[in-house]
Design a protein around this ligand. Structure first.
Ligand code: ADP
Ligand code: AMP
Length: 214
């Protein structure tokens, strides 16, 4: 089964994808996490992607398609978080999957008002070591700014600062939102109210997956 999580930055896609991978064994592929790791290590991919990420722009489609081709597992169930983000990326994904006799099964659209998106992004903290996600108000670590899992000091992503957030939301509306119609036309779009607590959203997600026959 291949799931795509679609929705604005900060809607909770990564949080829910992590839960789904821990609970149900989905392979969680976050293109944002892969790119940030590449930037941190200074790989050729990281060097090309850095300036786009810092400005809140999208990394060019050819780079992203090549990246996903490399990391997509052959048979396992996958949740794609942050990819595709443009119609050409979605079309490239379809071509790539059809060669393997696979397809995107369901697309969950995470719906959250802009004010809440901004609130979630401004309080987001991430662990640079293990990738754990926190929010200073909604999901705080036990000890201030310290990761519960591995004890590393938590960081605020550079692109979660206010000016960049504004651009990311603009880019989402221009380039990524058209995917809603693209997937609706295919009859595989499911809208998910992303405004409840982490647990409420997850219960809903699982219920829908079970109802639709996982
Ligand atoms: P995305 O992957 O869509 O960009 P994240 O999963 O990183 O979003 O979540 C953004 C921020 O909001 C994080 O700080 C996360 O801890 C917090 N968050 C995620 N889901 C919820 C929720 N249901 N309620 C409150 N805060 C949430
Ligand atoms: P995310 O962690 O999903 O919020 O992604 C962080 C940043 O990585 C984005 O703002 C983009 O610059 C880049 N990025 C991640 N996924 C993609 C993608 N599929 N296409 C283009 N750029 C991406």
């Amino acid at each position: 089964m291949i799931l795509v999580f679609l929705g604005p930055p900060g809607a909770g896609k990564g949080t829910q994808a992590k839960k789904l991978s821990e609970d149900m064994g989905f392979v969680h592929i976050s293109t944002g996490d892969i790119l940030r790791e590449a930037v941190r290590k200074g790989t050729p991919l990281g060097k090309r992607a850095k300036e786009f990420i810092e400005k809140g722009e999208l990394v060019p489609d050819d780079i992203m398609v090549a990246l996903i081709e490399e990391v997509l597992p052959e048979e396992k169930s996958v949740v794609l978080d942050g990819f595709p983000r443009t119609v050409p990326q979605a079309e490239a994904l379809e071509r790539m999957l059809s060669k393997k006799g696979r397809k995107v099964d369901k697309v969950f659209l995470f719906e959250l008002p802009d004010e809440e998106v901004v609130m979630r992004l401004s309080g987001r903290r991430t662990c640079p070591e293990c990738g754990a996600l926190y929010h200073i108000k909604f999901n705080p670590p036990k000890e201030d700014e310290i990761c519960d899992n591995c004890g590393a000091k938590l960081l605020q992503r550079e692109d979660d600062k206010e000016e960049v957030v504004k651009n990311r939301l603009k880019v989402y509306k221009e380039k990524t939102a058209p995917l809603v119609d693209h997937y609706r036309a295919k009859g595989i779009l499911i809208t998910l109210d992303a405004s409840g607590s982490v647990e409420e959203v997850y219960e809903n997600l699982k219920r829908i997956l079970n109802e639709e026959g996982n």
